[in-house]
Design a protein. Structure first.
Length: 600
């Protein structure tokens, strides 16, 4: 039985309408619940007034039977089954939690996350046993973060502050003065220091209740990525343990404590020489050798967040659609936006209502988004219409292949596509792939071995070098069944992408779809690169880096918790030149995709 299906209101100690979803009555007697945020709020027709009595009684001071008694006392024409079904419908729609649920974390963590948990509860439209369920998912999560520059630094701050149980950071660079205009983890005193060393120290100082580790390493090909996603970080510290059930509590621990890191890392120097470093932190940590900096220092590979592979979306919109881009989007792709962000999509008019009918209307949110009526035809109508997705799936978008069947996707791909795992190791020479907008065919397998199982729950990619790193990440994550997210900026355009193997389009599907969609008006002999000039470094500020890092962290947290529910296989973001022009791209999975297609 799935988690969502197992949650029943009868098991709640004191069911209540979530404080963030507090109900109120409209001037025409309907009941609005869920606030006025588009995608959350709902309106319930209530001609007999019993729905209002029900939600008023669900104030967190009564048990389920007492709530039913309160409703029947005021409305004797109803049956107990009607009131109980209405409570179940509200729970299935995500409006109910248990005011009597115990807090399954130490008081220190309760205080630390006392602002974040209510936000998760606000956005969570899945039935949960308690408001801390989503936070416990973060507490037990393991994330691999590649790149701790502008985008990666902001994302790392958000992930660690939010309570992700283990974050392992990878970056080859040292801190330079030009980094400080946008990279939040570093100070002037860090100049010349390896970024990962400084980043780990800063992140540990931010939240000592989670595990933060780091590794100074450059990703030079798909095999490096495979090694990283399957290795589990320095000395492979054990995964934090999440309490099972709200009455259980197991503190997360590692053998040497949550903030201990000592690992020797071998790196290749610019002239082929090999050096060894110990990355550590704390009062007894050894002094770190730091590469030279300045005009005579050898060039360092860069991982600062940079051009997004869907970089020209800002110019792709039809100018005629800019006045109302959402209308244009809904016109061209009527179901796309709803599926992407888990919004309710209910448009049928209400036709009847009686004691057994619990009608629901979606509130679009605010004066610019009038409520849309919806059909209701029985006590379970609210649950049926609460979402376009199965609530069981909405609880955790990675459930199918991460929680219940962690090896299922990889095993299936090995069975159905035996050549894919070896092919994931392949990649084009970065020096031959300078045209980042040019679609390329599938590379030949580089070796006969296949990658192992992922040691992390999620890959967070915040590096843009080498040029093919996103393609490598896509292939490797498909091969091992690892969800991943990426983000970057291209001047004023900031976007992030969400990918889960086996669910929706992969990165290459989206990329090729975007290339096919654009009309660059180029001649037959013109290189697409002329329309997207690239520089050795990316123009960026704290604003663009901060926005891309925030979008990246949001995507990561959503996949880890299921809050809000995201249907993978899309990119989203914003264009600072046109803040009212949303960036949202979803391409169907392509059967002929060289990475995830039927013949892959």
């Amino acid at each position: 039985m799935t988690e969502a299906a197992a949650v029943t209101v009868e098991a709640f100690r004191r069911p209540r309408i979530k404080p963030e979803h507090r109900a109120y009555r409209t001037v025409d007697g309907n009941v609005r619940v869920g606030s006025v945020i588009h995608g959350i709020g709902a309106e319930i027709a209530d001609p007999q007034g019993w729905v209002w009595t029900l939600v008023a009684a669900m104030d967190g001071t009564r048990g389920p039977s007492e709530v039913v008694a309160e409703v029947l006392g005021a409305h004797p024409e109803l049956s107990g089954a009607d009131a109980r079904q209405a409570m179940a419908d509200l729970l299935a729609a995500g409006f109910v939690d248990d005011a009597g649920a115990p807090v399954p974390v130490p008081s220190r963590e309760e205080d630390r996350y006392s602002r974040g948990v209510p936000l998760l509860r606000w956005m969570d439209l899945s039935p949960r046993t308690g408001p801390w369920d989503a936070q416990l998912r973060l507490r037990g999560a393991r994330v691999l973060l590649i790149g701790v520059g502008g985008t990666g630094g902001h994302a790392a701050q958000a992930l660690v502050a939010s309570g992700v149980g283990h974050v392992h950071c990878v970056d080859p660079d040292v801190v330079e003065l030009s980094n400080l205009n946008r990279q939040p983890l570093y100070r002037e005193s860090d100049l010349g220091r390896p970024k990962v060393e400084a980043a780990v120290a800063t992140l540990r100082a931010l939240n000592s209740d989670v595990t933060v580790t780091g590794e100074r390493r450059e990703v030079r090909g798909p095999q490096d990525l495979t090694d990283l996603v399957t290795a589990g970080g320095p000395e492979d510290p054990p995964s934090p343990v999440v309490a099972v059930g709200l009455d259980a509590l197991t503190d997360q621990m590692t053998a040497d404590g949550p903030n201990t890191l000592a690992r020797q890392v071998t790196t290749d120097g610019p002239d082929g020489d090999r050096t060894e470093q110990v990355i550590a932190d704390g009062p007894d940590a050894p002094t770190q050798p730091t590469p030279a900096s300045g005009p005579d220092a050898p060039a360092q590979p860069t991982t600062a967040s940079g051009p997004d592979d869907l970089a020209d979306q800002a110019t792709a919109h039809d100018p005629a659609d800019r006045a109302d881009p959402m209308t244009a989007h809904r016109r061209d792709h009527p179901a796309e936006l709803t599926a992407a962000v888990g919004l309710h999509h209910l448009t049928d008019p209400v036709t009847a209502y009686g004691p057994n009918d619990l009608a629901k209307q979606v509130i679009a949110g605010g004066p610019d988004h009038p409520a849309q009526p919806t059909t209701a035809s029985g006590p379970d109508a609210l649950a049926d219409q609460a979402t376009a997705h199965d609530p069981a799936d909405r609880a955790d978008p990675m459930t199918a292949h991460r929680r219940d069947h962690p090896a299922e996707l990889t095993a299936a791909r090995q069975r159905d596509h035996p050549a894919e795992l070896a092919a994931a190791h392949s990649g084009d020479d970065p020096a031959e792939a300078a045209d980042a907008e040019r679609p390329e065919g599938r590379a030949e397998p580089a070796d006969a071995g296949g990658p192992g199982s992922p040691a992390y729950d999620l890959l967070v990619l915040a590096a843009d070098r080498p040029d093919d790193i996103r393609r490598w990440a896509n292939r490797v994550c498909l091969a091992v069944g690892l969800p991943w997210v990426d983000a970057g900026y291209r001047g004023p355009l900031v976007t992030a992408g969400v990918y889960v193997p086996g669910q929706g389009a992969c990165w290459e599907c989206l990329r090729d779809g975007e290339i096919a969609r654009r009309d660059l008006r180029l001649g037959p002999d013109q290189d697409p690169e002329v329309a997207s000039p690239r520089m050795p470094w990316n123009p960026a500020s704290a604003v663009t880096a901060g926005l891309s890092g925030a979008l990246l962290a949001h995507a990561a947290l959503a996949l880890l918790t299921g809050v809000p529910a995201l249907e993978p296989g899309f990119r989203f973001g914003m264009n600072l030149m046109l803040p009212g022009d949303p960036v949202h791209r979803r391409t169907p999975r392509r059967p002929d995709c060289p990475a995830c297609g039927d013949r892959a």
